[in-house]
Design a protein around this ligand. Sequence first.
Ligand code: IPE
Ligand code: IPE
Ligand code: MG
Length: 245
Amino acid sequence: MHRIIKEKLPRHIAVIMDGNGRWAKKNMLKRGMGHEKGAESVRTVVKTCRELGIPYLTLYAFSVENWQRPKNEVRALISLLETYLRTELGAMKETGIRLFTIGDADSFPKTLMDLLSRAKEETSENSGMVLTLALSYGGRDEIIRAVNNILRDSKSSNIGEKMITKDFFSHYLYTANIPDPDLLIRTSGEYRLSNFLLWQMAYTELYFTDTLWPDFSRDDMIEAIVDYQRRERRFGLISDQLPKD
Ligand code: IPE
Ligand code: IPE
Ligand code: MG
C-alpha cells in the first residue's frame, strides 16, 4: 500500500474478470463455484479501490457473447448477480458507492433488472466512487448503437457531417459520463480485449496477469496500480514533451 503514489492514482480502472471456470476446474469444482468465488474477488476489489480513492471502477461481468454459454451457466451467473446486488447494496450506500451499468441490461430477467434499477436509484446521490458493471455489454454493439442513435437524432435536429467529432460521438456511448479507463486489468493469462470498451481504450495502459480471477486479491490490485504508476504515458509525444512530475 505504501508503494502507491497517492497523486498518481488511475482515475478509472477497468477489469476483465476472467478465469472463474479454470479456477473451478483446477480445484475440481463445478464452474458455478468458480463464479461464486469470483464474486468474493469482486467484493475485495471494490473495497480496495474505494479505500484507495479510485473515482471510477468498471467491471466486465457479462459480455453479449456470454449469452451463448450453456443455459444453466447463464442462469447461474444471473442469479449470482442478483445475490451480489441484494447483499452489497447496504455496503454501497454506507461507503458512498454509486452504481451504474453499461450494456443492454434490458435483456435480463425482470428480477435482475428491478434490483439493478433499485440499486442505481438508491445510490444515485453517492459521490465516493462510480462502480460500473458491464452487463450484456459488447464494444462493437455499443459503437453501432451510437451510430444508430445519431442517425435517429439527425432526423429531428440538424446534425451535419462535420459535427460528428470524437467528443460528440463519445456522448452517444454508454460511457458518456465516464472518463476513458487509465488502466485495464485482465486476469487468467489471456491477452485480448474480448470486445470490451473498444473505443474508450485507445490510450489505456494494459496490465495482464496469470492470476485467475477468484484468486485475485487486494495485493494483486495494489501490484497492478504500482506497475501502472511506473509507466510513461506518452500519447504519441516524446518524453521531453511531457510535464515533469
Ligand atoms: C469469467 O470467467 C466470468 C465470465 C466471463 C462471466 P470465465 O467463466 O470466463 O472463466 P474461464 O475463462 O472459463 O476460466
Ligand atoms: C470476457 O471473458 C467477458 C467477461 C469477463 C465478462 P470471456 O471468458 O467471455 O472471454 P473470451 O471468450 O475468453 O475471449
Ligand atoms: Mg473466460
